[in-house]
Design a protein around this ligand. Sequence first.
Ligand code: 3PY
Ligand code: MG
Length: 257
Amino acid sequence: MLNLLEDCLERKGNAVGTFLGVTTPAIMEAIASSGLDFVVIDTEHGPYGTESMNDLISTASLLGISPLVRIADLTHGEMQHALDNGADGVIIPCLREVDEFRKAVDLGKFPPLGNRGFIKGRGSRFGAEDWASGNLDEYLENSDRKALILPQCETAEALDHIEEIVNIEGIDGIFIGPFDLSISLGIPGQFGDQRFLDALERIYEACRAAGKMCLIFANTPEDGRRYLREGYDAVAVGTDFQIFSGAMAETVRKARR
Ligand code: 3PY
Ligand code: MG
């Protein structure tokens, strides 16, 4: 199995995930029976170190849930740790310039597309996966297919160049961050504003025209359902903390009623 997210998209046509901030791998066991397709281990905002990120990636993939990692910074170390530990994809926040998107490919893909550093890491079960047993050329090609590079479009500058960005070879898809995008456009949280809706349509159409995946964060399950109906490949609905806190408030409210 190369990539659980791609496998899910092939089988189901789309994918539903959520953002993680909880660091104990037991969270994955607790939520695995929900039917969730992927998680985003959020090292941009969550309290993750390399070890807790690694444990979450392992547990998620062993439970059949695709582990994506949102790295905090576009650096060799952040990219390498996420990929060597077996992330199915890396989400990169807050990029502005086209060259930053090119750098994401440079750090995340092996030659000829980029300059990722080599090791037979957990992503290939330390070389034991079927797809990792051929010659080195094949290994590099399969590793590039396994590890999706999914930068975010969440700045006005990136939006301005989105058609060029999605056509960069090695970028597998775009993850839309509606909150930061709306803030960057000067219309914070105004998700019904025509300028915001036009921005979403522009990104979505650019992805479709380039044959790249289009993923988006949804604040509510209803938003998630709407995005999936509109044709987005994947929605990450809410965050674990947000969902627990809502469910706990509802539990207490019902108990007191
Ligand atoms: C945003 O909405 O800005 C995001 O990055 C979603 O996680
Ligand atoms: Mg964001």
